[in-house]
Design a protein around this ligand. Sequence first.
Ligand SMILES: Cc1ncc(C[n+]2csc(CCOP(=O)(O)OP(=O)(O)O)c2C)c(N)n1
Ligand code: SF4
Length: 276
Amino acid sequence: MITNDTYKISETAWCPGCGNFSIIKSVKDALVRSGLEQDQIVFVSGIGQAAKAPHYLNVNLLDGLHGRSLPAATGVKLANPTLNVIVESGDGCSYGEGGNHFISAIRRNIDLTVIVHNNQVYGLTKGQASPTSDEGFVTKTQPDGVKSGSFNPIEVAVALKAGFVARSFSGMPAHATEMIVKGIKHKGFSLIDILQPCVTFNKVNNFGWYKKRCVELPKDHDPTNWENALKVATQWGDKIPVGVIYENSRKPYDELIYTGLNSTPKDLKSILAKYC
Ligand SMILES: Cc1ncc(C[n+]2csc(CCOP(=O)(O)OP(=O)(O)O)c2C)c(N)n1
Ligand code: SF4
């Protein structure tokens, strides 16, 4: 039976006050609320402070290279489609080094739940700008401020018609839990981008900055309306919408692959055997 102790959280190496603490608690609560047994789940992560999160949970874990969690997770899901595969990593890992994998996984609509801790900075490697850093953000390696445009993962995911696209904030733990539960339930690619302060290396986008701006979507927001979702997805600045921004019921890739093949992992093995 799943209890609050099943996925217990162990001691971490994060800085006191880091937003990762709240996210790991939300992830744990979401697993308990989803009623999933440990052997029904595999976590896949990359490299970074956020990527360490599943190390501190009592879960099965495959740690990929930096930016490479999505192809590893795709392999796990295709080899055993009965598993719930959850990818958890940072904004640099997911949108920078792993940017092309992000696009490909959305296009394929692989049934993965992707939780991104988005602190708009490279935390583990001591504060360089990440793809989601705001223009003008000053770091030791960008002393005159970031000159590149900022990558908006929500906008890209909605534009590509990802299966499920949600945003939350580590300062809204119950909301983050709800988004993760919904993402796990969704059959297809699910992105939950969770804004998170890095108290050590991002002094601009801090707790208060996010708290002031994160606003829940109105109750009548229809996540199946793509045109409207795209408009919502472009919002960033004084107001940052949080909630389920977009959702569709496209068939996931793993289901399409197994169609007509008796839907068992064994069939995939026999297909692959033809190429060996
Ligand atoms: C291919 C590759 N490039 C760069 C690195 C160095 N590196 C390790 S973690 C990291 C940044 C992690 O930032 P992010 O994914 O945003 O996670 P955070 O630490 O902020 O949680 C970088 C650049 C690496 N390990 N491998
Ligand atoms: S460096 Fe930033 S992201 Fe890393 S543990 Fe410290 S506060 Fe968290």
